[in-house]
Design a protein around this ligand. Structure first.
Ligand SMILES: Nc1ncnc2c1ncn2[C@@H]1O[C@H](COP(=O)(O)OP(=O)(O)OP(=O)(O)O)[C@@H](O)[C@H]1O
Ligand SMILES: [Mg+2]
Length: 438
């Protein structure tokens, strides 16, 4: 949609793009910001929220191009918009009441957990919610809402993101967890103060299912230890966001995640079949509730190309900030100062070295040192906290670097990193994650 401009007679169009929208109670304004211009928006009267995070009255907020979101009002509001949108319409049929009802149940459980003696590990554990469903069913959005509503009430739930395809805590190719202490800002996203991050290195789990499972397990174990000593975080519980891959191995990975995190509330969005499969398989676990929830009609489907673009923006945001407000540092390292590893794949053992009858499959968890070469240009590498190579699989990562130049003659590698100074470790992990600066 173009600007609705009116001519002035001088050939310069005046951009008359401000409009007001009245929202009835329990209805929402669904917006897709235009492709190349931002949109300003504010609440003129009443109260409204974006995915669980309440908007301050009258303050203009600027939403970047292409963002898709909804402004929801529980009691009615008037919204003012300034700028072009791809689409904007109001909807009064939303599943928000059912979502907030789930929140109320979770809140009750948190209160019960808080009131229980911390010596009772079961009773003092708040809800561990896992959100599952097909792609584009609103999983990430529902996770955000549940976290924001909980934070608004003073809880500090842990957000666990197992989706390596999109990455809402850090860059794609990673799984991560972080406590949520404030409602999630619709523009700033999740504050990146010390999230616990594990690097898988690829954007699809099928690339190395064993590695994915190992990292999920590591993340769960570390959280378990942290939460054991923190009654507040234990009572607040977790919200676990998952991938939209729910068939075959994807389904197996969902069961693995439910089991590994001891999830006790499974929210199934928008698919009857998945709901009944999970309900059947979990019916002998009486402490696990499987709940079916309707998908919102506002959820926007994204093509593979759009997903690829979103991934690329996420990586850009990591280095340059959401509003382009960070400046990454360019540094040069000698090849000899870095020690780069790849997990899985790599050269296979020669048949002659194997016992008779054994298959020549590569060990998916094999750690192989990687020689630096020109092919590493444009790769995104993770900086491991490992002290020794054999700790790489079980170590979380400090952050990421982006390879911008490789000088084979001088044996030097140039990279971008979000912070200046020496890397926290010389152990780097490489996968298949690449990025092209745009
Ligand atoms: N009610 C709504 N109105 C407008 N847009 C919405 C609404 N709910 C979700 N969206 C948008 O739809 C898109 C898809 O939603 P979301 O990311 O939550 O789906 P998902 O199930 O997590 O997808 P994936 O499988 O890719 O992880 C997002 O851009 C989100 O902002
Ligand atoms: Mg998602």
């Amino acid at each position: 949609m173009a600007y609705t401009g009116t001519g002035t007679g001088t050939g310069t169009p005046v951009l008359a793009t401000t409009k007001q929208v009245k929202l009835d109670k329990e209805s929402e304004l669904r917006i897709e910001v235009a492709n190349d211009t931002p949109l300003r928006l504010r609440v003129l009267s009443g109260t409204a929220e974006i995915f669980g995070s309440e908007l301050a009255p009258e303050i203009w907020l600027t939403f970047p191009p292409r963002l898709k979101f909804a402004v929801f009002s529980w009691f009615g509001a008037t919204i003012e918009m300034d700028g072009a949108t791809e689409t904007d319409y109001t909807a009064d049929e939303t599943p928000m009441v059912s979502y907030v009802n789930v929140h109320a149940v979770l809140d009750g459980r948190r209160n019960r957990a808080k009131a229980s003696p911390s010596t009772d590990p079961n009773a003092s554990q708040g809800p561990r919610v896992i959100v599952v469903g097909p792609t584009d069913s609103g999983k990430s959005t529902l996770s955000k809402m549940l976290l924001s509503w909980a934070a608004k009430q003073g809880w500090k739930p842990t957000y666990v993101d197992l989706d390596i395809g999109q990455g809402s805590i850090t860059i794609p190719g990673s799984i991560a967890a972080t406590p949520i202490e404030m409602p999630i800002d619709p523009l700033e996203g999740i504050p990146l103060e010390m999230p616990l991050v594990y690097f898988y290195g690829h954007t699809t789990p099928s690339q190395n299912v064993d590695l994915y499972k190992v990292l999920v397990k590591e993340l769960a174990q570390v959280l378990e230890r942290q939460i054991a000593g923190n009654a507040e975080s234990r009572a607040a519980g977790m919200v676990i966001n998952t991938m939209g891959w729910i068939e075959g191995v994807g389904y197996e990975l969902l069961l693995h995640a439910i089991d590994t995190f001891n999830a006790n509330v499974v929210l199934v969005l928008g698919q009857e079949k998945l709901f009944s499969m999970l309900r059947d398989v979990l019916k002998n676990k009486p402490n696990v509730d499987v709940v079916k929830l309707q998908k919102s009609g506002g959820v926007v489907s994204r093509s593979a190309k759009v997903r690829q673009k979103t991934r690329s923006y996420r990586i850009r945001e990591y280095f340059y900030g959401i509003g382009n407000d960070l400046s990454p540092h360019s540094s040069i390292a000698n090849f000899s100062d870095l020690s780069i590893f790849r997990v899985g794949g790599g050269p296979q053992a020669p048949k002659s070295a194997l016992p008779i009858g054994a298959d020549r499959v590569a060990d998916p968890l094999r750690l192989a040192p990687v020689e630096i070469n020109r092919d590493m240009l444009h790769l995104v590498l993770a900086v491991s906290y490992a002290q020794e190579p054999d700790q790489i699989l079980s170590s979380n990562v400090a952050g990421f670097i982006y390879v911008t130049d490789i000088d084979m003659q001088r044996r030097k590698l140039t990279y971008l990193s979000p912070a200046a100074g020496a890397l926290p470790s010389k152990y780097l992990i490489v996968g298949s994650l690449t990025w092209t600066e745009t």
